[in-house]
Write a protein that binds this ligand. Structure first.
Ligand code: NAP
Length: 544
């Protein structure tokens, strides 16, 4: 239901009219800008940071590295780009990924279409003009026909409201907002809070530098070895010889990657214990997410999942020499339910004499003071604090905006019970607004560059259709939105993803509505669905 609101009379003095205003100059915004320009559209990007790169601009903590192979986690839209760019490692590190984003911005001449240091504050839909009026924090504003949110699913860091944190006398870092100057922990006592993907990458590096490292763990993490290495030139040449088909094969994979080692199409329950062990071991040696494809039901059957979970716990016991620490590091939840971490020496780090693990699962962090923190009846002293506490994922960035659709409907009211949307792309009540890689799409479960390219291409085709037909607006219907929300929920119910507290569910943020946000249906099925909607004249949307 649309709820009329009093606010949001659109400002009267538009600076200029655009076809497309894009929020964010990460991989989504860069490609959207390039695509829009190639169609002759007037487009502008607002970017809060001083440069391009999005995720890879901000997440520059020690050890930050992609968890999908570089040859797969890269743009496919330009053959010369994919042939000429050379990755140095199997899994690119953050500095290299940031160089890549900068290279793309320069190569395609995108910088003059981006306003840096310009944070979007809000936008209101002017129904009479059928335009969005977008405001920046500094008061500048733009009118645009279409508004594309390329602000990223993991772009609002989660900073838990720990009592007394402000009293802590040492420096406090967040992995997702890391300083641009080198941070030197040499000889220091460092504390890390959190053991998700960011922490799992940062901890081994920080441990090498710090005098002492204390890790505060609320939930133990499953991590599979990355087996990162310099990129093998023969492997690179083989893929580049047939890159277009390699990419096409990836687009037919459930997660938009991994066609080199497709999932085994057999249930873990159909295998003998010896066959299972061999299959798990083979994929453990390959590294990364390969292990989740050892059988076809590891993320859909709790029974099969438990077998893999026990295999990984066995690896932890075999790696960590202190039995009590190994037990604490051994997760008890379903594996993959929280995103599997991909590590380089994470569990081994707990064998170092300067590293300690503190369990805060039963007795949470109570309070900070100038010298450290208090938990479990004792005080822990340290000199520097690293919060690896993740993100207000998928909705956090949109909900921090003053975004108002028809009749002043605010996004906060619209999404009070969770992020309602249609195809992840449109929102009823918010015409001509598109969301890239947000809730309701396979984003979080997909090689995100595949997800981004798909969304950008779909949006571009949609705008071309609207213009060709002489329409002014496109808007999801509430009925299509309700059916899509049920579709997303139903897909989650067919998996193990509802069996733990994860950011997919909004469970990491106190008070956030519980709604399973990404679509767990697989990228190919989702892409087919979006294509069918378009082919049927944008079924489920109203074009006016
Ligand atoms: P995360 O997975 O949400 O992990 C946050 C960690 O902080 C969890 O261990 C969480 O414990 C803990 N935590 C949060 N609040 C806490 C509190 N009040 N007290 C104690 N512990 C608390 O965040 P992340 O590691 O930044 O990763 C988020 C996502 O970003 C990943 O799932 C992945 O999609 C992406 N990412 C990818 C890469 C990569 O490509 N290699 C690297 C980093 C991140 P609980 O589990 O108990 O909530």
């Amino acid at each position: 239901m649309l709820q009329p609101m009093s606010a949001a009379k659109p400002p009267a003095a538009p600076a200029r009219a655009l076809d497309l205003l894009i929020v964010g100059a990460g991989f989504g915004g860069l490609y959207m800008l390039h695509k829009a320009r190639s169609m002759g559209l007037q487009a502008l990007v607002l970017e809060a940071a001083p440069s391009v790169g999005g995720t890879w601009y901000h997440n520059r903590y020690p050890g930050a590295r992609v968890d999908i192979q570089s040859m797969e986690y890269s743009y496919s839209f330009d053959e010369a780009l994919q042939q000429e760019w050379r990755w140095t490692e199997r899994y690119a590190g953050q500095p290299e990924l940031l160089r890549y984003a900068n290279h793309v911005a320069d190569r395609f001449g995108l910088r003059d279409g981006i306003l840096f240091d310009t944070r979007m504050q809000g936008a209101a839909f002017d129904e009479a003009a059928q335009q969005w009026v977008v405001r920046a924090a500094d008061g500048r504003q733009w009118r645009t026909r279409f508004l594309v949110m390329a602000s990223g699913p993991l772009s609002s860091p989660n900073r838990p409201d720990f009592p007394g944190l402000r009293d802590f006398a040492g420096p406090v870092f967040h992995t997702a907002d890391w300083p641009h100057e080198p941070v030197d922990f040499s000889g220091q006592r460092v504390a890390v809070v959190g053991t998700g993907s960011s922490a799992v990458q940062a901890i081994p590096i920080i441990a090498q530098q710090a005098g002492e490292l204390t890790v505060f763990q609320r939930t133990a993490a499953y991590a599979a070895p990355a087996r990162n290495a310099p990129l093998d030139p023969d492997f690179e040449a083989r893929i580049k010889a047939d890159y277009a088909n390699f990419r096409a094969r990836n687009r037919r994979m459930h997660g938009g990657f991994g066609n080199l080692l497709p999932p085994n199409p057999v249930s873990a329950l159909a295998a003998t214990p010896a066959q299972r062990e061999a299959a798990f071991e083979e994929r453990w040696q390959v590294g990364g997410f390969a292990i989740l494809g050892a059988f076809n039901d590891l993320l859909t059957s709790l029974e099969s999942n438990a077998l893999l979970a026990e295999f990984v716990r066995g690896k932890i016991r075999g790696t960590v020499s202190d039995a009590a620490t190994a037990a604490l590091l051994s997760p008890t939840h379903t594996i993959g339910c929280k995103r599997l971490c991909v590590d380089s020496g994470y569990y081994e780090t707990f064998n170092r004499p300067n590293v300690r693990l503190v369990d805060v699962s039963q007795r949470p962090i109570e309070r900070f003071d100038a010298r450290g923190l208090h938990t479990g009846g004792r005080h822990h002293d340290f000199d520097a604090l690293v919060l690896a506490t993740g993100f207000d994922a998928m909705t956090g960035t949109m909900l921090r905006l003053d975004l108002r659709g028809r009749a002043g409907l605010s996004i906060q009211d619209k999404w009070r019970a969770g992020p309602l949307n249609y195809l992840g792309l449109g929102i009823a009540g918010f015409p001509n607004l598109f969301n890239i890689a947000g809730p309701g799409s396979t984003s979080a479960f997909t090689n995100v560059i595949v997800a981004i390219e798909h969304h950008v291409d779909w949006i571009a085709e949609c705008i071309a259709h609207i213009d060709a037909q002489g329409h002014g607006t496109i808007e999801a219907t509430e009925a299509a939105e309700a059916a899509w929300t049920e579709h997303v929920n139903a897909a989650a119910r067919r998996t193990v993803f509802l069996s733990c507290n994860s950011w997919y569910l909004g469970a990491n943020i106190p008070g956030k509505p519980r709604m399973f946000m990404p679509l767990a249906d697989g990228f190919p099925r989702y892409a087919d669905h979006c294509a069918t909607v378009a082919r049927k004249g944008y079924e489920g949307f109203v074009l006016q």
